[in-house]
Design a protein around this ligand. Sequence first.
Ligand code: HEM
Length: 373
Amino acid sequence: RGQVVYDEKQRCWHVLGHSEAAAVLSDPGAFSSDLQELMPQQEDFALFQRGNFVRMDPPRHRKLRGLVSQAFTPRVVAGLEPRIAQVTNELLDGAAGQTRVELIDKLAYPLPVIVIAELLGIPASDRPVFHRWAETFFNRQNIDPDQSLLAAGKEAMENAAPTVREMNAYLLEHIRNRRGNLADDLTSKLILAEVDGERLADEEIIGFLGLLLLAGHITTTATLGNSVLCFEENPGAAAEVRKDPGLLPDAIEEVLRFRTPFPRLARVATRDTRIGEVDLPAGAVVMPWIAAANRDERVFTEPNRFDIHRPRNPQLAFGHGIHFCIGAPLARLEARIALGIMFQRYADISVALDEPVEEANPWLMVNVNRLPL
Ligand code: HEM
């Protein structure tokens, strides 16, 4: 029972257990991802939502996701390995000779944003702009745990409206330019794609690109910073991975379990329903806390211990079910390459202790904004 808890202040249900969170995420019929009814109607957001398939339910979700899923299969993504290694090396060359390196500025932020921007055909040089957008959505909001979730959402939407407007305009211009100049990138593929025999409108492509651009970098940035922090706190694990880089994929899964970048997801109950032994009414706002599920002692022995040798690690950091992260193979590859190259190039890596590590807002993201090494 303690795994599903009603929160009077936020007026939502927190789902904390692993099987309970997985049950919510595997039942889109009972738990919808479409939260629009709960939010105030706002024109800029409505425009963005048209192609933002993470907030859609079947059957529309499957059709839109299907248009881009081919670009992110493990086989296709493996082809990006040389480019990811090249960008990593170039970024680290930019810090050559320095004994102090700001990991987020120098590598963890630019690497994933360059990779996803190139896939989409968007100029990676505009990344300061994308950074500002990501900060507005994932970092700087002051979420007050005592405020109702809907009130917080309304406030966040009001604060973010100018950014959404700017993002819509930027992406629309990019799509229009691409129409006259198709290339080998995802934007061009979306321009040519058809759903139920119809091409997508420019306005629908906006949400696609915005979703991929934002989801495609900020969480991977978090994973790189989180990995370095976990290795700093667990020097034995770092030494083992340095000796045997074949351990890196399991170590990254453990980082994702231990410091889960998106701690909680959101759904709304479409009908009276039940999670475990708890009855929920139709319309209930449900928050599957995947970060809590990843510390569920019924699934993970000694969950608060960072252990790269777990025999099983069914961590939920990429979600579960039909919305399982489309970018998981890419994120895993970027983390493996970047950390592998860092270990090769630097014989010793440690966090600079004379500056505080700057954490993000943990209600939204588990990551560090700055990590001087
Ligand atoms: C969905 C996490 C990297 C694109 C998700 C979801 C999670 C997640 C938890 C599920 C959301 C839900 O069910 O409501 C992460 C983490 C990453 C990461 C932890 C890095 C370590 C990426 C990358 C991309 C990406 C690199 C870019 C391609 C997406 C998209 C969805 C998604 C498009 C929506 C999928 C759908 O609704 O069907 N991600 N993500 N993510 N992610 Fe990621």
